[in-house]
Design a protein around this ligand. Structure first.
Ligand SMILES: [Mg+2]
Length: 345
Protein backbone atom coordinates (compact mmCIF):
# COMPACT_ATOMS: atom_id res chain seq x y z
CA UNK A 1 0.00 0.00 0.00
CA UNK A 2 2.92 2.31 0.83
CA UNK A 3 1.54 5.06 3.01
CA UNK A 4 3.31 8.39 3.28
CA UNK A 5 2.77 10.92 6.04
CA UNK A 6 3.53 14.50 6.97
CA UNK A 7 2.50 17.16 9.45
CA UNK A 8 2.38 20.94 9.62
CA UNK A 9 2.05 23.43 12.46
CA UNK A 10 -0.54 26.12 11.88
CA UNK A 11 -1.70 29.12 13.86
CA UNK A 12 -5.37 29.74 13.13
CA UNK A 13 -6.68 33.18 14.18
CA UNK A 14 -10.01 33.13 16.01
CA UNK A 15 -13.03 35.12 14.91
CA UNK A 16 -13.08 36.62 18.44
CA UNK A 17 -10.64 36.23 21.35
CA UNK A 18 -11.80 33.14 23.27
CA UNK A 19 -11.88 33.37 27.06
CA UNK A 20 -12.31 30.60 29.60
CA UNK A 21 -11.72 30.76 33.35
CA UNK A 22 -8.03 29.84 32.87
CA UNK A 23 -7.19 32.53 30.28
CA UNK A 24 -7.86 33.98 26.85
CA UNK A 25 -6.52 32.90 23.45
CA UNK A 26 -6.51 34.74 20.13
CA UNK A 27 -5.38 31.90 17.87
CA UNK A 28 -5.70 28.12 17.83
CA UNK A 29 -2.28 26.48 17.63
CA UNK A 30 -3.00 23.28 15.72
CA UNK A 31 -0.84 20.63 14.10
CA UNK A 32 -2.30 19.21 10.88
CA UNK A 33 -1.54 15.57 10.03
CA UNK A 34 -1.81 13.99 6.60
CA UNK A 35 -1.65 10.30 5.67
CA UNK A 36 -1.58 9.51 1.95
CA UNK A 37 -1.81 6.24 0.02
CA UNK A 38 -0.19 5.33 -3.30
CA UNK A 39 -3.39 6.21 -5.20
CA UNK A 40 -3.39 9.82 -4.02
CA UNK A 41 -6.09 9.44 -1.35
CA UNK A 42 -5.30 11.73 1.58
CA UNK A 43 -6.61 11.43 5.14
CA UNK A 44 -6.32 14.46 7.43
CA UNK A 45 -6.44 15.09 11.14
CA UNK A 46 -5.50 17.93 13.48
CA UNK A 47 -4.13 18.11 17.00
CA UNK A 48 -5.28 20.96 19.23
CA UNK A 49 -2.90 20.48 22.18
CA UNK A 50 -3.76 21.93 25.56
CA UNK A 51 -1.14 22.86 28.14
CA UNK A 52 -3.68 21.97 30.80
CA UNK A 53 -3.30 18.33 29.68
CA UNK A 54 0.49 18.65 29.36
CA UNK A 55 0.72 19.11 25.61
CA UNK A 56 1.97 21.98 23.44
CA UNK A 57 2.50 22.39 19.69
CA UNK A 58 6.19 21.66 20.40
CA UNK A 59 5.46 18.43 22.25
CA UNK A 60 3.07 17.32 19.50
CA UNK A 61 5.68 18.06 16.83
CA UNK A 62 8.19 16.05 18.86
CA UNK A 63 5.83 13.07 19.26
CA UNK A 64 4.49 12.93 15.70
CA UNK A 65 7.49 11.62 13.71
CA UNK A 66 7.57 8.42 15.77
CA UNK A 67 3.78 8.03 15.60
CA UNK A 68 3.77 8.51 11.84
CA UNK A 69 6.56 5.96 11.41
CA UNK A 70 4.30 3.51 13.26
CA UNK A 71 1.50 4.21 10.77
CA UNK A 72 3.89 3.74 7.83
CA UNK A 73 5.13 0.46 9.32
CA UNK A 74 1.59 -0.91 9.69
CA UNK A 75 0.99 0.41 6.16
CA UNK A 76 -2.76 -0.25 6.20
CA UNK A 77 -5.27 2.41 7.31
CA UNK A 78 -7.87 -0.34 7.84
CA UNK A 79 -5.72 -1.98 10.53
CA UNK A 80 -7.08 0.49 13.05
CA UNK A 81 -6.82 -1.73 16.11
CA UNK A 82 -3.11 -2.27 15.43
CA UNK A 83 -2.54 1.39 14.70
CA UNK A 84 -4.34 2.52 17.87
CA UNK A 85 -2.26 0.12 19.96
CA UNK A 86 0.99 1.25 18.31
CA UNK A 87 0.17 4.93 18.86
CA UNK A 88 -0.69 4.41 22.50
CA UNK A 89 2.46 2.34 23.12
CA UNK A 90 4.73 4.93 21.54
CA UNK A 91 3.28 8.08 23.10
CA UNK A 92 0.73 7.38 25.87
CA UNK A 93 1.03 10.98 27.13
CA UNK A 94 0.57 12.59 23.69
CA UNK A 95 -3.21 12.28 23.44
CA UNK A 96 -3.81 15.11 20.99
CA UNK A 97 -0.96 13.93 18.72
CA UNK A 98 -2.35 10.37 18.76
CA UNK A 99 -5.84 11.77 18.19
CA UNK A 100 -4.77 13.66 15.08
CA UNK A 101 -3.16 10.55 13.61
CA UNK A 102 -6.22 8.47 14.51
CA UNK A 103 -8.57 10.88 12.71
CA UNK A 104 -6.31 11.03 9.63
CA UNK A 105 -6.10 7.23 9.39
CA UNK A 106 -9.87 6.81 9.80
CA UNK A 107 -10.43 9.51 7.17
CA UNK A 108 -8.11 7.74 4.72
CA UNK A 109 -9.64 4.29 5.31
CA UNK A 110 -13.17 5.61 4.76
CA UNK A 111 -12.08 7.54 1.68
CA UNK A 112 -10.55 4.41 0.20
CA UNK A 113 -13.92 2.68 0.65
CA UNK A 114 -15.77 5.70 -0.78
CA UNK A 115 -17.92 5.90 2.36
CA UNK A 116 -18.51 8.54 5.02
CA UNK A 117 -16.87 7.57 8.31
CA UNK A 118 -20.13 7.25 10.29
CA UNK A 119 -21.21 4.46 7.93
CA UNK A 120 -17.97 2.58 8.58
CA UNK A 121 -19.00 2.58 12.25
CA UNK A 122 -22.58 1.61 11.32
CA UNK A 123 -24.01 4.69 13.00
CA UNK A 124 -27.32 6.46 12.44
CA UNK A 125 -26.63 9.97 11.14
CA UNK A 126 -30.07 11.13 12.33
CA UNK A 127 -29.07 10.29 15.93
CA UNK A 128 -26.35 12.96 16.09
CA UNK A 129 -27.42 15.71 18.52
CA UNK A 130 -27.17 19.34 17.41
CA UNK A 131 -24.01 21.10 18.50
CA UNK A 132 -23.94 23.96 20.93
CA UNK A 133 -22.18 27.23 20.01
CA UNK A 134 -19.74 28.42 22.65
CA UNK A 135 -19.71 31.95 24.08
CA UNK A 136 -16.30 32.60 25.65
CA UNK A 137 -15.75 34.81 28.67
CA UNK A 138 -15.91 38.51 27.88
CA UNK A 139 -17.68 41.53 29.35
CA UNK A 140 -21.37 40.89 30.11
CA UNK A 141 -22.36 43.27 27.28
CA UNK A 142 -20.10 41.58 24.75
CA UNK A 143 -21.28 38.09 25.80
CA UNK A 144 -24.86 39.23 25.25
CA UNK A 145 -23.95 40.51 21.79
CA UNK A 146 -22.23 37.24 20.92
CA UNK A 147 -25.26 35.29 22.12
CA UNK A 148 -27.55 37.43 19.98
CA UNK A 149 -25.43 36.88 16.87
CA UNK A 150 -25.20 33.14 17.53
CA UNK A 151 -29.01 33.03 17.69
CA UNK A 152 -29.26 35.13 14.52
CA UNK A 153 -26.95 32.61 12.84
CA UNK A 154 -29.48 29.95 13.83
CA UNK A 155 -27.65 28.10 16.61
CA UNK A 156 -30.31 26.87 19.04
CA UNK A 157 -27.97 25.86 21.89
CA UNK A 158 -25.39 28.06 23.60
CA UNK A 159 -22.55 26.86 25.80
CA UNK A 160 -21.48 29.68 28.07
CA UNK A 161 -18.05 29.88 29.67
CA UNK A 162 -18.18 31.17 33.23
CA UNK A 163 -15.85 31.39 36.23
CA UNK A 164 -15.49 35.17 36.64
CA UNK A 165 -16.00 37.63 39.46
CA UNK A 166 -19.46 38.41 38.11
CA UNK A 167 -20.97 35.34 36.50
CA UNK A 168 -24.51 36.43 37.30
CA UNK A 169 -24.33 39.57 35.18
CA UNK A 170 -22.94 37.54 32.31
CA UNK A 171 -25.67 34.89 32.29
CA UNK A 172 -28.28 37.62 32.77
CA UNK A 173 -26.99 39.49 29.72
CA UNK A 174 -26.99 36.32 27.63
CA UNK A 175 -30.47 35.28 28.72
CA UNK A 176 -31.78 38.71 27.85
CA UNK A 177 -30.16 38.58 24.40
CA UNK A 178 -31.25 35.01 23.70
CA UNK A 179 -34.47 34.35 25.62
CA UNK A 180 -35.33 31.16 23.70
CA UNK A 181 -31.88 29.58 23.59
CA UNK A 182 -31.02 26.34 25.33
CA UNK A 183 -28.06 27.21 27.56
CA UNK A 184 -25.33 25.09 29.13
CA UNK A 185 -22.58 26.45 31.36
CA UNK A 186 -18.90 25.47 31.63
CA UNK A 187 -16.94 26.80 34.62
CA UNK A 188 -13.68 25.03 33.67
CA UNK A 189 -12.85 24.16 37.33
CA UNK A 190 -13.26 27.76 38.57
CA UNK A 191 -15.64 27.35 41.52
CA UNK A 192 -15.50 25.84 44.97
CA UNK A 193 -18.20 23.25 45.69
CA UNK A 194 -20.06 25.77 47.90
CA UNK A 195 -19.94 28.44 45.18
CA UNK A 196 -21.06 25.92 42.58
CA UNK A 197 -24.03 24.79 44.67
CA UNK A 198 -25.13 28.40 45.11
CA UNK A 199 -24.53 29.25 41.42
CA UNK A 200 -26.55 26.28 40.14
CA UNK A 201 -29.58 27.67 41.94
CA UNK A 202 -29.74 30.93 39.94
CA UNK A 203 -28.44 29.22 36.79
CA UNK A 204 -31.42 26.87 37.04
CA UNK A 205 -33.68 29.92 37.41
CA UNK A 206 -32.26 31.15 34.09
CA UNK A 207 -33.20 27.84 32.45
CA UNK A 208 -29.65 26.50 32.18
CA UNK A 209 -29.65 22.76 31.34
CA UNK A 210 -26.49 21.57 33.08
CA UNK A 211 -23.16 22.76 34.41
CA UNK A 212 -19.83 21.41 33.19
CA UNK A 213 -16.81 20.98 35.45
CA UNK A 214 -17.82 23.39 38.22
CA UNK A 215 -14.94 22.46 40.55
CA UNK A 216 -11.25 21.45 40.24
CA UNK A 217 -10.53 18.26 38.30
CA UNK A 218 -9.27 16.21 41.25
CA UNK A 219 -12.15 17.20 43.54
CA UNK A 220 -14.43 14.24 42.83
CA UNK A 221 -16.09 14.62 46.24
CA UNK A 222 -16.80 18.24 45.28
CA UNK A 223 -18.42 17.14 42.02
CA UNK A 224 -20.57 14.71 44.01
CA UNK A 225 -21.60 17.43 46.44
CA UNK A 226 -22.61 19.76 43.59
CA UNK A 227 -24.63 16.93 42.02
CA UNK A 228 -26.36 16.06 45.29
CA UNK A 229 -26.89 19.53 46.79
CA UNK A 230 -26.98 21.74 43.69
CA UNK A 231 -29.89 22.43 41.37
CA UNK A 232 -28.50 21.20 38.03
CA UNK A 233 -27.06 18.05 36.46
CA UNK A 234 -23.24 18.06 36.47
CA UNK A 235 -20.86 17.11 33.64
CA UNK A 236 -17.25 15.97 34.13
CA UNK A 237 -14.75 17.23 31.54
CA UNK A 238 -11.34 17.92 33.13
CA UNK A 239 -12.17 15.20 35.72
CA UNK A 240 -12.74 12.51 33.08
CA UNK A 241 -9.96 12.37 30.51
CA UNK A 242 -10.12 8.74 29.31
CA UNK A 243 -12.31 5.64 29.70
CA UNK A 244 -10.23 4.66 32.73
CA UNK A 245 -11.50 7.77 34.58
CA UNK A 246 -15.18 6.93 34.12
CA UNK A 247 -15.60 4.59 37.14
CA UNK A 248 -14.02 7.26 39.40
CA UNK A 249 -16.61 9.92 38.47
CA UNK A 250 -19.53 7.56 37.88
CA UNK A 251 -21.38 8.24 41.14
CA UNK A 252 -20.37 11.93 41.24
CA UNK A 253 -21.75 13.29 37.95
CA UNK A 254 -24.54 12.81 35.42
CA UNK A 255 -22.66 13.45 32.18
CA UNK A 256 -19.17 12.66 30.85
CA UNK A 257 -17.47 14.91 28.27
CA UNK A 258 -15.44 13.01 25.66
CA UNK A 259 -12.83 14.69 23.42
CA UNK A 260 -10.45 13.16 20.90
CA UNK A 261 -7.68 15.53 22.05
CA UNK A 262 -8.07 14.25 25.65
CA UNK A 263 -8.45 10.51 25.13
CA UNK A 264 -6.13 10.04 22.14
CA UNK A 265 -8.25 8.81 19.24
CA UNK A 266 -11.61 7.84 17.82
CA UNK A 267 -11.47 4.26 19.14
CA UNK A 268 -10.52 5.58 22.58
CA UNK A 269 -13.42 8.03 22.40
CA UNK A 270 -15.87 5.26 21.52
CA UNK A 271 -14.49 3.27 24.46
CA UNK A 272 -14.97 6.18 26.86
CA UNK A 273 -18.54 6.63 25.62
CA UNK A 274 -19.21 2.91 26.13
CA UNK A 275 -17.76 3.06 29.65
CA UNK A 276 -20.02 6.00 30.48
CA UNK A 277 -23.02 4.17 28.98
CA UNK A 278 -22.24 1.14 31.13
CA UNK A 279 -22.35 3.33 34.25
CA UNK A 280 -25.69 4.83 33.23
CA UNK A 281 -24.15 8.24 32.52
CA UNK A 282 -25.05 10.56 29.68
CA UNK A 283 -22.31 11.69 27.29
CA UNK A 284 -21.31 14.83 25.44
CA UNK A 285 -18.80 14.93 22.59
CA UNK A 286 -16.68 18.06 23.05
CA UNK A 287 -13.64 19.56 21.39
CA UNK A 288 -10.82 22.06 21.64
CA UNK A 289 -10.72 25.07 19.31
CA UNK A 290 -9.56 23.32 16.17
CA UNK A 291 -9.64 23.11 12.40
CA UNK A 292 -12.28 21.04 10.65
CA UNK A 293 -9.35 18.78 9.71
CA UNK A 294 -9.60 17.41 13.24
CA UNK A 295 -13.18 18.30 14.20
CA UNK A 296 -14.73 16.38 11.31
CA UNK A 297 -13.59 13.04 12.75
CA UNK A 298 -15.36 13.60 16.06
CA UNK A 299 -18.58 14.59 14.27
CA UNK A 300 -18.92 11.07 12.87
CA UNK A 301 -19.09 9.55 16.37
CA UNK A 302 -21.69 12.08 17.52
CA UNK A 303 -24.58 9.63 16.90
CA UNK A 304 -23.23 7.75 19.97
CA UNK A 305 -23.70 10.64 22.41
CA UNK A 306 -26.52 12.60 24.02
CA UNK A 307 -25.07 16.10 23.57
CA UNK A 308 -22.62 17.66 21.12
CA UNK A 309 -20.28 20.59 21.64
CA UNK A 310 -18.40 20.34 18.36
CA UNK A 311 -18.16 23.99 17.39
CA UNK A 312 -14.34 24.29 17.53
CA UNK A 313 -14.01 25.18 13.86
CA UNK A 314 -16.96 27.61 13.98
CA UNK A 315 -14.88 29.82 16.28
CA UNK A 316 -12.05 30.24 13.74
CA UNK A 317 -11.74 33.32 11.55
CA UNK A 318 -10.45 31.36 8.59
CA UNK A 319 -10.22 27.55 8.66
CA UNK A 320 -8.05 26.12 5.86
CA UNK A 321 -10.41 23.08 5.84
CA UNK A 322 -14.09 22.51 5.23
CA UNK A 323 -15.70 19.87 7.39
CA UNK A 324 -19.09 18.43 8.28
CA UNK A 325 -21.65 21.15 7.49
CA UNK A 326 -23.47 22.44 10.60
CA UNK A 327 -26.52 24.38 9.43
CA UNK A 328 -28.19 25.82 12.54
CA UNK A 329 -26.04 23.50 14.64
CA UNK A 330 -27.27 20.30 12.99
CA UNK A 331 -24.43 17.91 12.10
CA UNK A 332 -25.19 17.21 8.44
CA UNK A 333 -23.34 13.89 8.27
CA UNK A 334 -25.29 12.71 5.23
CA UNK A 335 -23.76 15.61 3.26
CA UNK A 336 -20.35 13.92 3.56
CA UNK A 337 -19.42 11.89 0.48
CA UNK A 338 -16.40 9.98 1.78
CA UNK A 339 -14.12 10.00 4.80
CA UNK A 340 -14.69 12.60 7.48
CA UNK A 341 -15.58 15.31 4.97
CA UNK A 342 -12.57 17.45 5.90
CA UNK A 343 -11.09 18.89 2.72
CA UNK A 344 -8.76 21.83 1.95
CA UNK A 345 -10.68 24.96 1.04
MG1 LIG B 1 -15.28 21.86 29.22
Amino acid sequence: MTLSTDFERVSLPLADPFGISRGTTEAAENVLVRVQDGDGNVGVGAAAPSEYYGETPDSVATALPDLLVAVEEVDDPHAQQRIARALHERAPEAASACGAVSVAVHDLAARQQGEPLYRRWGLDPAAAPATSFTIGIDTPERMGEKAASAREAGYPILKVKLGTEDDRARIGSIREAAPEARIRVDANTAWTPAEAIEHTSWLADHGVEFVEQPVPADDIDGLRRVSEEGSLPVAADESCVTAEDVPRVADAVDIVVVKVDKCGGLRAAARQIAAADAHGLETMFGCMVASNAGMAGACHLAPLVDYADLDGALLLADDPYDGVPMPEGRLALTAVGAGTGARPR
